[in-house]
Design a binder for this molecule. Sequence first.
Ligand code: NAP
Length: 343
Amino acid sequence: MATRGPDKPPMDNRIWRIARRPVGTDFAAALELAEEDFAPLADGQIRIRNTHLSMDAGTRMWLTDREDGYQPPLPVGGPMTGLVLGEVIESRAEGFATGDLVRAFGQWADITTVDAAMSGAILLDPTVADRRAWFGPLGMNGWTAVWGVEQTGAARPGERVLVSAAAGATGILAVQIARLLGCEAWGVAGGAAKCAYLTGELGIAGAVDYKSGALAEQLDVAGGFDVYFDNVGGPLLDQVLTRMNHYGRIAVCGLLADYTSGTRTAPREFDQVLMRRLRIEGFFSPDFMHEGPALTRRLREWTERGALVMPYDVTTGLENTLTAYAKLFTGANIGKVIVELTP
Ligand SMILES: NC(=O)c1ccc[n+]([C@@H]2O[C@H](COP(=O)([O-])OP(=O)(O)OC[C@H]3O[C@@H](n4cnc5c(N)ncnc54)[C@H](OP(=O)(O)O)[C@@H]3O)[C@@H](O)[C@H]2O)c1
């Protein structure tokens, strides 16, 4: 296969490497920004000049040494990996040419080098006005939100749907999608400002501030829930289990409460699964990757007519990536956390 791409990559590349496993949210002690040279591309590989990095809370699990997760841990000494967006600058992969806009699982770096097939690289429509949408509503967060509400949560029109981490990237989409599907959408988020955003800006039915000290009382105001789209696990799950309607469904999307604490969610109120005849089911976006194009079409239609919005929390500069990443675990963000790289 011929090498394509007249652009010569620079001699060195900045790349975040995992020096050791992080403890809590001390990412600066764990990840180091290194410089390295490029090796020639192998067959099937592409080189992408990253314009944006997606910060995703689930990647925190890849930084632990647990072997029983949904994917093996990233090795210490290796590069930090996540979703990246940018233009192809060199290609030895069929179907990818210099200048193509792509999204892939690649390195947190100025320039990513990946096997196109193994990294799930896909060509993106460059006519989408804001390319960041390929990380938000038109990306993994969007697919996850629609799948969790509609398929795993099996939400029906008129039902009451509660979403945790509702002001974050996945949650913000899940509450809006629940409403688009005719449900009454409620969110749980940390702090009055986030709750005001959810009810004021987005106009969902209600928001519960889990940091207010009055979580139980606020949940009681809402009444029972038919679907719980859970991004968090932990003690919040117990509070919700006792407020589910009979035959309710809990769609387990993520377990944020466990990611940095190292604890494991073990609901004390598990008996409510029997008492209320609940269904609890986890779901994981790579399992429905083949549905991506169809999901993207629906998400794009909602986005283009303004029915689905996403605020972006943007940090500029590869060197500032860890500041952006920490926001996911301290709750400093509303919407999608992105690092924009300077050329
Ligand atoms: N299953 C899948 O395929 C899939 C795919 C994508 C994402 N996910 C999951 O979706 C969830 C959200 O991920 P994201 O990347 O979209 O991040 P995000 O929601 O943009 O950011 C994380 C948010 O979670 C909240 N949070 C953090 N620690 C918390 C805790 N201990 N208790 C309660 N809330 C906490 C924070 O907001 P507050 O201020 O409200 O605390 C923070 O803003 C994660 O659990 C992730 O694993 C799953």
